[in-house]
Write a protein of this length. Structure first.
Length: 137
């Protein structure tokens, strides 16, 4: 528990939330400002800041719960699809610094769009592959 963390306070039930699922390691609750109704946040109960900070056990637990929630959204809402999203660090738009995955129900024709893609410049595609393979060695 980090004392000034909003999502730790939700985990401790110090702040109310529409909790839809919980297990030993994770909590899932409705986002108060959803892209579509049913938009759910999945968090580890143990505080970590983001993808860089979370350990493997908690990450696996968050992924497991995200899948469970996706199935529930499909069952409850007959959703046309689901986006999973995660903002990590302020540079990626993170606003609450307790790791969380957004599970977002989608409907054909809703106003949301996937992120825009931009093609690589000549030669940069292969160079990027090499750079990342080197980082993964
Ligand atoms: P992110 O940090 O990934 O950019 O977004 C944080 C998300 O938390 C936002 O989608 C926002 O609507 C949601 N959020 C912010 N404050 C609260 C809150 O008090 N309760 C709930 N349930 N969601 C919140
Ligand atoms: Zn926290």
């Amino acid at each position: 528990m980090t004392s000034d963390c909003l999502f730790c306070k939700i985990t401790a039930r110090e702040i109310p939330a529409q909790v839809v699922y919980e297990d030993g390691d994770t909590l899932a609750f409705l986002d108060i400002n959803p892209i579509n109704p049913g938009h759910t946040l999945v968090i580890p109960k143990e505080h970590s800041k983001d993808i860089f900070d979370i350990d493997e056990k908690n990450w696996a637990a968050v992924m497991r719960t995200s899948r469970i929630v996706a199935h529930a959204l499909e069952k409850a809402l007959k959703t046309d699809g689901i986006n999973l999203g995660m903002n990590n660090r302020a540079g990626a738009g993170q606003m609450i610094f307790h790791a969380h995955v957004h599970v977002m129900p989608r409907t054909v024709g809703d106003p949301h769009r996937p992120w825009p893609g931009r093609p690589y410049a000549e030669g940069e595609f292969v160079a990027m592959g090499e750079k990342l393979r080197a980082a993964l060695k």
